[in-house]
Ligand binder design. Structure first.
Ligand code: HEM
Length: 435
């Protein structure tokens, strides 16, 4: 679709930097699917695709919709050079080589060791929370577990993880109405550099030592070991990609259950439903609402052309609410048969940590429900990332609760509401809540 055709097709306006939309993007997504399935935003010069079927095709066509220029709109526009090893922003053959190396970290054996540790950690946290009337699902649960899990996965001290989380989160932050400024490059400080150097001198039986020893054939056919930059980037990438996303998933699950106490009772009675609840929360509120791609060659759509060199957002959150695929998409329904959502992406870049993220959420809720079987959330005082006052922060790449005050043994507030097709985002608490 040409720029003018997309503009003419409708007055619908989509802008990922607008807090009003980030607060509850679903009504706008609905209009995009109906009125401008391939949308063009003139202000920031990018396309957005919103229908499930289109997105599946675009994810699969990794030769046209490439990741090598970045997966975040601002990065793509700035043409930022990524550090060696940032395989989320690489294309084959380099991506294939790097991904294969990192994949070995997630071995069944290592995951089963982690299973025990996550269970112990969760049990300790909920033993402490079970006697409290008030806590915060993010500060006390979501903000505690995923970060430590990646540290345990890699065998890296916790304080280093705290620091990298601060750095990576700050790189995802945007001010209202403004894209993130990446004009000085990605510039992730190599927080783990010293640790990796030290491990080179002091090998152990941890993952870093294992990766230091890996020999592989790179995309140029050269047999070699990982460079220090590649290894440090892998660690930064895993720490960045696996923390906030899983934290937000836990927050969305907590909120969805608070809004649907009947379904909470169902999982309490039958914890085998927890994996289904995880899939449904991922579908309903995907932590990354969209991912970006660079259009490497002209794409003919009907009689129009999306030119090579364009940036495009694949609106995962919209695909997950497409009523061509999901019945009553605005409803949280843990009994929905296998929701094939796109929250982990699709195709060659499908989330490499999806098994771990699902496992973490499952264990957290298994341990939680053994100790706490009902709760309410205080949306008046909750804070959503991607929505913010001037004193708070906002991210355009991961959407979810930064703070989710939770209380028990007090009356529930008035009904929550959810806006979807045909409703305006203003005033709705559908995907969000207070700022
Ligand atoms: C609920 C939790 C999570 C969600 C919703 C999520 C979502 C995603 C999505 C949508 C992508 C695809 C990006 C694209 O196509 O450009 C992705 C890729 C990735 N994720 Fe996750 N993620 C989660 C947890 C994790 C965890 C726990 C880790 C690691 C410990 C992780 C590491 C990665 C990495 C390294 C990639 C890049 C894969 C590649 O390019 O081949 N993620 N994730």
């Amino acid at each position: 679709m040409s720029q003018s055709a997309a503009q003419d097709s409708s007055a619908v306006y989509y802008d990922p930097c607008l807090w009003e939309i980030a607060l509850n993007p679903y009504p706008v997504y609905c209009r995009l699917r109906e009125e401008a399935p391939l949308y063009y935003n003139e202000k920031y010069d990018f396309y957005a695709v919103s229908r499930y079927a289109d997105m599946q095709r675009y994810f699969a066509d990794h030769e046209t919709f490439i990741s090598g220029k970045g997966g975040i709109l601002e990065l793509i526009k700035e043409n930022v050079k990524m550090p060696e090893g940032t395989f989320i922003f690489e294309d084959p053959p380099q991506h294939t080589v790097h991904r294969r190396i990192v994949q070995r970290i997630f071995s069944p054996k290592r995951l089963s060791v982690l299973d025990e540790k996550i269970r112990d950690m969760s049990a300790r946290i909920f033993d402490e929370l079970k006697d409290r009337d008030d806590f915060d699902f993010i500060a006390d649960v979501g903000g505690q577990i995923p970060m430590r899990v990646i540290g345990m996965l890699l065998g890296i001290p916790e304080q280093d993880f705290q620091e990298v989380r601060r750095i990576t989160d700050s790189k995802l932050v945007t001010e209202e109405g403004k894209p993130v400024d990446y004009s000085d490059g990605l510039n992730l400080e190599l927080s783990f550099e010293r640790y990796v150097d030290w491990r080179m001198e002091n090998p152990s039986d941890d993952v870093i030592t294992e990766l230091l020893g890996v020999e592989f054939t790179d995309e140029n056919g050269v047999e070699r070991k990982l460079s220090q930059e590649e290894l440090v980037t892998f660690v930064n990438l895993l720490a960045g990609a696996g923390n906030e996303t899983t934290n937000r998933l836990i927050g969305w699950m907590a909120k969805s259950f608070a809004e649907n106490p009947d379904q909470l009772r169902d999982v309490v009675a039958n914890p085998d439903l927890i994996p289904q609840a995880i899939e449904e929360a991922l579908r309903l509120e995907p932590p990354p609402p969209h991912v970006g791609r660079y259009v490497a060659k002209d794409v003919e759509i009907q009689v129009q052309t999306m030119p090579a060199g364009s940036a495009i957002l694949l609106l995962v959150g919209s695909a997950n609410h497409d009523d061509e695929v999901f019945e009553n998409p605005e409803q949280f329904n843990i009994h929905r048969p296998k929701p094939r959502h796109m929250s982990f992406g699709d195709g060659i870049h499908t989330c490499i940590g999806n098994v771990l993220a699902r496992m973490e959420a499952r264990i957290v809720f298994e341990e939680l429900l053994q100790r706490i079987q009902d709760w309410n959330v205080d949306l008046e005082h909750a804070r959503l990332s991607s929505t913010s006052t001037s004193t708070s922060t906002s991210t355009s790449t991961v959407r979810g609760w930064e703070s989710l005050p939770t209380y028990r043994n007090r009356e529930r507030p008035a009904e929550y509401s959810r806006a979807g097709c045909g409703q305006s985002p203003g005033g709705s608490q559908g995907g969000g809540g207070s700022r």
